[in-house]
Design a protein around this ligand. Sequence first.
Ligand SMILES: NC(=O)C1=CN([C@@H]2O[C@H](COP(=O)(O)OP(=O)(O)OC[C@H]3O[C@@H](n4cnc5c(N)ncnc54)[C@H](O)[C@@H]3O)[C@@H](O)[C@H]2O)C=CC1
Ligand SMILES: O=C(O)[C@@H]1CCC=N1
Length: 274
Amino acid sequence: MTNKITFIGAGNMATAIIGGLIDSGAAPTDLTATAPSSSELAPVKERLGINIHTDNNVAVSHADVVVLAVKPQIMRVVCEELRETIQQQRPLVISIAAGLDAATIDQWLGGNNALVRCMPNTPSLVGYGASGLFANSAVSDTQRDIATQLMNAVGIVEWVEEESLLDAVTAVSGSAPAYFFLMFEAMEEAAVTLGLPAETARRLAIQTALGAATMAQKSDKDPATLKQNVMSPGGTTERAIHHLEEAQLRTTIADAMEACAKRAQEMARELSSH
Ligand SMILES: NC(=O)C1=CN([C@@H]2O[C@H](COP(=O)(O)OP(=O)(O)OC[C@H]3O[C@@H](n4cnc5c(N)ncnc54)[C@H](O)[C@@H]3O)[C@@H](O)[C@H]2O)C=CC1
Ligand SMILES: O=C(O)[C@@H]1CCC=N1
């Protein structure tokens, strides 16, 4: 990728994506990250070898792509300060902020911007991200390809044609790593109760999840069939799965994902109104 890409923000998600881009062959000299303090940026430069800046406008002034990677609550101030430079430079803008709609960000940036909204997740840090992307009507096919390439560097990319579907993406991938981490915590605790050392239990649970995910990804069988293949009639797995179904695990997951998507909608209302 020969585009000059500037990340506004150098936190968890920005550095995860930058790390993935460099691992997939991007030149660190084409990448810039900003943050208010040099003390936060110095280790980022040291680790990744990219350009750093404490002045967002200077960092954006030569960018082809600008990735907005600050917390949603400060996005308005950051965008309004960038407005003039963005209007002059006309880069492709990619926002990774949860719960902030494209029209609101575009308006804060002065309007008529090519804007992609992206919902990534933290496994991007290890190249196993899963991102949902939405483009506003000003985004060209070439710019769509640039956004795809950028997020493909850290994982898989799924485009949605309706912006509201990004709330579902948040529920199934943006927030979802945390659901699996909760599962690991619970399995480790239960295995310790069954007598295993905590470290052993953790290693076995994580490896099992990795194995199950890899199998589900590589197999031509659906998850229900793969599950059935583990369940010997009258055996141990059948007993465990029966218990999970009786305890309404499916309904619990559905309720949690609905709450997640609703919170994204709430955040959009809260953040666009001030
Ligand atoms: N952490 C996650 O799992 C996910 C986060 N997101 C979104 O990514 C965005 C960033 O989240 P994180 O990286 O987790 O946050 P973070 O707190 O790790 O990073 C925010 C960065 O913004 C910088 N910053 C603060 N004020 C600034 C300013 N005025 N100009 C330039 N930089 C400034 C901070 O110094 C920091 O480097 C958020 O909008 C969040 O909704 C999206 C999907 C997943
Ligand atoms: O919890 C959040 O609001 C952010 C967005 C998706 C993951 N973390």
